[in-house]
Design a protein around this ligand. Sequence first.
Ligand SMILES: [Zn+2]
Length: 166
Amino acid sequence: MSLSETDLSHLRRCVELAREGLEDGDEPFGSLLVDAKGKVRFEDRNRVKDGDETRHPEFEIARWSASHLTAEERAAATVYTSGEHCPMCSAAHAWMGLGRIVYAVSSGQLTEWRAGWGAAGSPVVALPISAVAPDVPVDGPAPELEQEMQELHHARVRRDLGQAGE
Ligand SMILES: [Zn+2]
């Protein structure tokens, strides 16, 4: 399945959430869950700045879905995210039986960008969702949002490296 206008509009909201995270001192990642009727049921953004490095929005979505959706609703839901799920979040998504994932930027793209900027490596291998959760339908990336996400991630890396903003 390719990306529809509806997909892009949900992804744009994820980018807004990512920007909100960055501006609040967190990392630029945002995600939301849309049910089978197209209604946004839950949204969140990265919240790791206080020390809990597992507070990824995709992980929060998986945990939220455990107590708020039935198994049928989870399978019919779509999770939109500014950045492809990390292995932890891919696993949580699959364990909860959630449905399709749509991302704006792939883990491979982000890894390549970060390496080019001289950012620190990740403690977790940037496996694609399909390597962790092969039965989950996945769509992305969205070239329309690439530049904006690249700017947000670059700003984060400059902050981490203590470089002045441009
Ligand atoms: Zn994650």
